[in-house]
Design a protein around this ligand. Structure first.
Ligand SMILES: NC(=O)c1ccc[n+]([C@@H]2O[C@H](COP(=O)([O-])OP(=O)(O)OC[C@H]3O[C@@H](n4cnc5c(N)ncnc54)[C@H](OP(=O)(O)O)[C@@H]3O)[C@@H](O)[C@H]2O)c1
Length: 256
């Protein structure tokens, strides 16, 4: 992947992994636009890093994605990288019936629906500019962490969707990259920080991911992500049970 002189939109780029990538891309001389739902957080990010462009947009909202696409076409016609990164992770007790049936679909609407919506809305501009799509799935696409069952299902689905996308775009000159991080220390993983799952820093994730970008890799599996992919093939029952044991304390006891 070419790493300079590009115009890059990162969904969910106001914190965590998205923000770390945004700052690295900025440092390399790219134009970077980040989105997120919380305007106050976007304002803080803008104040700290004035060169970043910030736009409020919820990837779960089709109308907001459609108007973001129109705005990007008007204001940033050279947009040639879309990084589908926005995501949430919720721990769920599948034994408890849900009262909020819309609420249980939140991860599907954001983690999977957001990738599909944004890709579909931006595909003409990305293909027109012979650009790059980067979908952020997870090592948990290979092996579920059973305390977060819906999250893991969405990441497996993003993995599958990305493979189809890569085949369909083969003759367009668009690169389709999938970034599959292992556990990374961000707001998303504060529940996991107690020691049950090893967490990588965003600095290390950036280091390994940019080395992989430079090497032209299309499926990037930093750190333990590669080992999980291997374990899934060599000893699926063992690794699945290990992750179940590690995540058992995270299953909530009350209503979902
Ligand atoms: N951390 C990990 O261990 C890990 C591992 C593998 C993969 N990942 C994936 O990496 C991505 C980033 O995770 P992270 O750890 O950086 O999480 P994070 O620190 O919680 O940051 C999530 C970012 O996404 C934004 N966001 C959430 N929902 C959104 C929505 N509906 N529309 C637009 N923006 C939204 C958040 O801002 P607002 O809340 O203001 O919208 C925030 O900027 C996710 O897709 C996650 O699944 C994370």
């Amino acid at each position: 992947m070419k790493l300079t002189g590009r115009t890059i939109l990162i969904t969910g780029g106001s914190a965590g992994i998205g923000l770390a990538f945004a700052l690295k891309f900025l440092e390399l001389g790219n134009t970077v636009i980040v989105t997120g739902r919380r305007q106050a957080l976007l304002d803080e990010v803008k104040a700290m890093y004035p060169k970043l462009h910030t736009i409020q947009c919820d990837v779960a909202d089709s109308a907001q994605i459609a108007s973001l696409a129109m705005r990007m076409k008007a204001e940033f016609p050279k947009l040639d990288v879309l990084m589908n990164n926005a995501g949430i992770m919720l721990h769920k007790n599948l034994k408890v019936s849900a009262t909020d049936l819309d609420g249980v679909m939140a991860e599907v609407n954001i983690n999977l629906g957001g990738v599909i919506r944004a890709t579909s809305a931006f595909i003409d501009i990305i293909t027109g500019n012979k650009g790059t799509l980067i979908n952020v799935s997870s090592a948990l696409a290979f092996v579920p962490l059973p305390s977060a069952p819906i999250y893991c299902a969405t990441k497996a689905a993003v993995h599958s969707y990305t493979q189809s996308l890569r085949f369909q775009l083969e003759d367009t000159g668009v690169e389709v990259i999938e970034l599959m991080p292992p556990g990374v220390k961000t707001a998303m993983t504060t529940d996991l920080s107690e020691g049950s799952v090893a967490l990588m820093t965003t600095d290390e994730l950036i280091k390994q991911s940019f080395a992989a970008f430079r090497a032209g890799k299309l499926e990037i599996r930093p750190g333990q992500s590669n080992q999980l992919a291997l374990m899934r093939r060599l000893a699926p029952n063992f690794i699945n049970r290990q992750l179940w044991k590690a995540s058992m304390p995270l299953v909530p006891t009350g209503k979902k």
